[in-house]
Each structure stands twice: as structure tokens, then as C-alpha cells.
Design a protein around this ligand. Sequence first.
Ligand code: NAD
Length: 325
Amino acid sequence: MNDLQGRTVLVTGAGRGIGRAEALHLASLGANVVVNDPGVDIDGDGGDARVAEAVAAEIRDRGGRAVADTGSVTDWAAAERMVALAVAEFGDLHAVVNNAATEVNKGLERLTEAEFDGVVAVKLKGAFAVSHWAAVHWRRRHDAGDRTDRAIVNTASGSGLYNPLPTQSNYAAANAAVAAMTTVHALELGRLGARVNCVVPSMIRTRLTLGVPGMDDAPPADGPDAKDPAVVAPLVSYLVGPHCTLTGQVLSVRGGAITALRGWELGEGIERDGADWTQADLAARLGALPWQDPFDRLAASLGAALGTQGRQALEAMISAQLDRA
Ligand SMILES: NC(=O)c1ccc[n+]([C@@H]2O[C@H](COP(=O)([O-])OP(=O)(O)OC[C@H]3O[C@@H](n4cnc5c(N)ncnc54)[C@H](O)[C@@H]3O)[C@@H](O)[C@H]2O)c1
């Protein structure tokens, strides 16, 4: 059931954190892994080719099969080359794990155009670019009569889905878009035998979450570590495997808890014959609906997760973040 022998998986952003743990786990189950990572800083600056190579070497040292790739997922031609590398090295590409991300956290009035575009480019366009070139390859194989099972696993964040965070216009918007794109691609690629799902890591100890209250504490001396970067890897390995039947799903992972996320859905509303609403009608009838305050929603999910006591403490924390940025 766990056997990924003979399957080739491309993992983006696999040089560090959650992606690295996914690459190691996939390889331990027998998959050939393309370890993609340009080794950039948290904000996308810089680059270090040794980051991807170190993970590929670690896999090979353990007896697995891996090749490093240092292209950026934001580069259309580099995304095409990643897919070509998988095929050249291992004969085919069965699955893509879109995991790469950067962060630049600032309040709306401080976030620059370049900082918005850069984060969206890695998370959203990057997932699109790599998935596009994988789909081009899968279309060719399908047209040639190949009916092999294929899969894409996208990666989103609670910031964008159930707890969009202040200072993350770019990151939250891109993550919400990745979840939306997951559904689109699941509906489109079913006819090629490809399943598309999305994982949503939560509260995992990587460089992205250092500094978040409660995240920089030491791992427990014994017992399971719910914040270990490896907690997402078993689910990802299942989702890329040939025995998985899920598609179009978005799954939160927090420690050992895997929870289906439900997207936007129609709620309460008002209606009349014709659309000639008066301002007074709208004020009275919309005002009577049971709206949920977005801050209360954030407090409900974040407050519990961070152990934050009450609305005032959370407001103070967010103000401090906005001021710091
Ligand atoms: N850590 C968490 O608690 C958490 C929570 C929610 C979502 N996530 C998501 O999980 C994924 C992994 O995050 P992480 O915490 O391991 O972060 P990380 O910073 O440790 O790892 C991300 C990797 O992506 C790489 N990367 C950046 N730009 C790239 C590009 N253009 N092309 C290819 N690779 C690139 C980086 O070099 C880095 O090694 C991200 O998609 C993130 O949004 C993480």
C-alpha cells in the first residue's frame, strides 16, 4: 500500500523545511525524487545551489534515487526543464508536489508592488507553471495510450483559507488562489488520469514560523512532535500514490490531525423580484442577517492555536506586527 517504487515525484522547495521532509519520506517509500530548490532567502533573495544538492545527496546516501534541480518555479522555462529532468533521469514524471514559498510580511500601506508580485509569483504562478508543464507531459503520454495514474499535490496555508493573517496580503491571497486552482485542475485533469489535491500545513517549525508566538519552543523531549516539518509527509506520500482516490480536496494537517477544509459556500441571503433595491431596503434586510465579524473568526482559529488569551491580546499582537513591518 505504501509502495512508491518506480514512481517519480518532483517536489518544489524541497531543500528545506516541509518540502525537504516530504522528499526524504517519498524516497524512503521507493520514489525517485527531483529535489527542486534554488536555496533562496525567506523573502526570495539570494540563492544557494548546495541546498537542493544536500537533500538529493542525503537521499542517495540512504540508498534512494534523487536528482537536484536549482531552477526557480517562477521561471516558465525552468519549470519546463524540471519536468524534462524528471523524464530524462527516471523515464517519466508521475507526480508534482508544489511546495515552494517565500514570505514578505508587511501591512497594506507598506507592502510594495515588487514584494506583492514576488510572493504571489512563487506560490501561485510557480504552482501553475510546474503543473502546466507536468500536464503537457501527461497529455502527450495519454494521447500515446499511457493510462498511468498521475497526481499533483499543492500546498496552501491557513493564512488565505481559515485564518487570513494581517501583514499577508500577498501570501494569503496566493494561498487562497492555490486552493481555488486545485479544484479547477482536479476537474480538468481527471480525464488524463491525474488527481489534484492540496495540503495545508499548520503550525510547523520551519524558518517561516520562527518568531510566531509558541513556535520557537524546543521540541518535546519524548513523545510525538506536532510541529515537526515531517508531519505532512505521510499524507503527501499517500496523495501521490497510485492507491489514492481523492481529488479536488483541501486537507489541513496539524500534528496527527488531518481535517478536510470546506471552501466558500453560499450562506444566508436576501432576494426580491427584480434588482431595484433601495438603500433603505439593503440596510434593513442585510443588517438583519447574522454576519460573522472577520476578527472573531480569526480569533477563534488563531487564538486557540497560539494559546492567545482573548480579543485584546490578539489585537495587540496584530498591531505590533503591523507596526514592526
Ligand atoms: N511552516 C508552516 O507552519 C506552514 C504553514 C502553512 C503553510 N506552509 C507552506 O508549506 C510550504 C513549505 O514551507 P516551509 O515552512 O517548509 O518553508 P521553508 O522556507 O523552510 O521552505 C520553503 C523552500 O522553498 C524554496 N523556494 C523559495 N522560492 C522558490 C522558488 N522560486 N522556486 C523553488 N523553490 C523556492 C526555499 O528556498 C525554501 O527552501 C510553503 O508552501 C508554505 O506556504 C507552511
